[in-house]
Ligand binder design. Structure first.
Ligand SMILES: NC(=O)C1=CN([C@@H]2O[C@H](COP(=O)(O)OP(=O)(O)OC[C@H]3O[C@@H](n4cnc5c(N)ncnc54)[C@H](OP(=O)(O)O)[C@@H]3O)[C@@H](O)[C@H]2O)C=CC1
Ligand SMILES: O=C1O[C@H](COP(=O)(O)O)[C@@H](O)[C@H](O)[C@H]1O
Length: 484
């Protein structure tokens, strides 16, 4: 891997502490970082290198998935960190950052490969990208790349504007938009599951699949993020990005050659085939909800409207369920159901594929009890795959569902940020959100945003600790299905 400088804007922030430092450290321990590299942390706060290193150390002790037994390794690692104080809105200040980076490249014999990670609020994306260009930080003899966090825009127009501005400083191939769901090992495994298993490959279409269900339920409420969340809601926070990415990853047809561009193309095709909703159909296919008070793990929790920072009359959605149709020859007639929400009964991200049972009607009465074959891909908090089959119990002769299970051992599973950072450093953008996908996702979501704004879709209340409003269950019952 090429030697490089990792310039981290937002080095004093929460994401750096909880995700980025531990991910870099785990990569370091696994010898997945270049031999020569430096991390230059940028923030407004006045800090010395030693103070930054001490914060990084704290973060590793608190958040790294590896126990730090080998202190010398940790010491070696934190020596790679330096700090540069900079207000990112101050154009002049970037000269100092450039000098810092250049001096360091010289001192440590690092090639001019520069990774810029914007772990800052999105309103700074534009100004930072522009100043990277203006200051000369972006004019390198090697490569330059930009990693940005979500949210990528607030709606289609703002996303397009942002993209246009970023594209003045970085080419599309240089922009790595993180969607951390694409970094989850089981999401990355989806392609391998179908590619490496001819059995699944041949069943992956509307001849054999009755419906697909994607759930991302959370126990947590809005926490301390009301300022952001109350303007976003579940539709922007989870559906526009993570849920649609999961739909793309599940339904894309495998390209002849597994490559970055091949996969990107197939994902784009899915988004283009996704049936567009309109004024009349949003209410038919989309359910929105907001949590009321309830009980979770035997503890009372308040309603969304009682959360700190939330308006007492807020109409923000904390739950969405939707039925999607992919109008292409593979998926014609197969509903894709998605649901996501806060303050639900359990934390669970999973994809369930329910298979058709064409022989159901020819069964004898005893056989009618058979359950559908289900392929479940567990993404979070447990990672694994299970297949539900029907088999006769040899003791009583009754038909019953059995499960063929694989569960990954927790300890060995890398974090999403680890996989994503490695790919970005390696220059592989397969598991990042490409502009086409982001734009097409906003396009699909736009009529829903409008309908919500005009209050054309009822806002159902659901009890905290439940699996969402009744309307979300009715959505499937209308088609003769239920959520698994
Ligand atoms: N935290 C998380 O779990 C997640 C965060 N994200 C996204 O990641 C990004 C960062 O989030 P998070 O770390 O939580 O945010 P924080 O508010 O914790 O950190 C923000 C960082 O930005 C820096 N900063 C703010 N203003 C300036 C400025 N004018 N000049 C220089 N630096 C500045 C702060 O530095 P200083 O303190 O020195 O002012 C701080 O390091 C956001 O886009 C967020 O949406 C996405 C997914 C999850
Ligand atoms: O991006 C986000 O994701 C988290 C859920 O992520 P997970 O990895 O725990 O499933 C969600 O809580 C947050 O609101 C959202 O911004």
């Amino acid at each position: 891997m090429d030697s490089m400088t990792f310039v981290l804007f937002g080095a004093t922030g929460d994401l750096a502490k909880r995700k980025i430092y531990p991910a870099l450290f785990n990569l370091y321990l696994n010898q997945k970082l270049p031999k020569s590299f430096s991390v230059i942390g940028v923030g407004r706060e006045q800090l010395s290198d030693v103070e930054l290193r001490s914060r990084v150390t704290d973060s590793l002790y608190t958040f790294s998935r590896h126990l730090i037994n080998d202190k010398s390794k940790k010491e070696e690692f934190i020596k790679k960190f330096q700090y540069c104080q900079l207000d990112v809105t101050n154009t002049e200040g970037y000269k100092k950052l450039l000098e810092h980076v250049q001096q360091n490249e010289k001192d440590h014999n690092i090639a001019e490969n520069r990774m810029f990670y914007l772990s800052v609020a999105p309103e700074f994306f534009e100004v930072i990208a522009l100043n990277i260009k203006k200051s000369g930080l972006g004019s390198t003899d090697g490569w330059k790349r930009l990693i940005i966090e979500k949210p990528f825009g607030h709606d289609l127009k703002s996303a397009q504007e942002l993209n246009e501005k970023l594209s003045k400083s970085f080419e599309e191939e240089e922009i790595y938009r993180i969607d951390h769901y694409l970094g989850k090992p089981m999401v990355q495994n989806l392609e391998a599951l179908t590619f490496a298993n001819p059995v699944l490959q041949s069943l992956w279409n509307n001849r054999f699949i009755a419906n697909v269900q994607i759930t991302a339920s959370e126990i947590v409420g809005v926490e301390e993020r009301a300022g952001y969340y109350d303007k976003a809601g579940a539709i922007r926070d989870m559906v526009q990005n993570h849920m649609l990415q999961l739909v793309m990853m599940t339904s894309m047809h495998l390209p002849k050659q597994i490559s970055e561009s091949g996969i990107r193309n197939e994902k784009r095709k899915v988004m283009k085939s996704l049936r567009t909703l309109n004024r009349d159909t949003v209410g038919v296919h989309v359910v929105r909800g907001q949590y009321g008070p309830g009980e979770i793990n035997e503890k009372f929790v308040p309603s969304y409207r009682e959360e700190p920072g939330v308006e007492a009359s807020s109409q923000t959605d904390t739950f969405i369920a939707a039925r999607l149709w992919i109008d292409n020859s593979f998926w014609d007639g197969v509903p894709f159901y998605i649901r996501t929400g806060k303050r639900m009964m359990e934390k669970e991200t999973k994809i369930v594929i329910e298979f058709k049972n064409p022989l159901k009607d020819s069964y004898t009465s005893e056989m009618e009890k058979v359950k559908p074959n289900l392929l479940t891909i567990n993404i979070n908090p447990n990672e694994g795959v299970s297949l539900q089959l029907n088999s006769k119990n040899p003791t009583n002769g009754e038909m019953e569902p059995i499960k063929v299970d694989f569960a990954a051992s927790k300890q060995d599973v890398p974090e999403a940020y680890e996989l994503l950072l490695f790919d970005a450093l390696y220059g592989d953008s397969t598991f990042f959100a490409h502009w086409d996908e982001v734009e097409l996702s906003w396009r699909w979501v736009e009529p829903i945003l409008e309908a919500f704004k005009e209050n054309r879709v009822p806002l159902h209340s659901y009890s905290a600790g439940s699996m969402g409003p009744d309307a979300a269950h009715q959505l499937l019952e209308e088609d003769g299905f239920k959520w698994w």
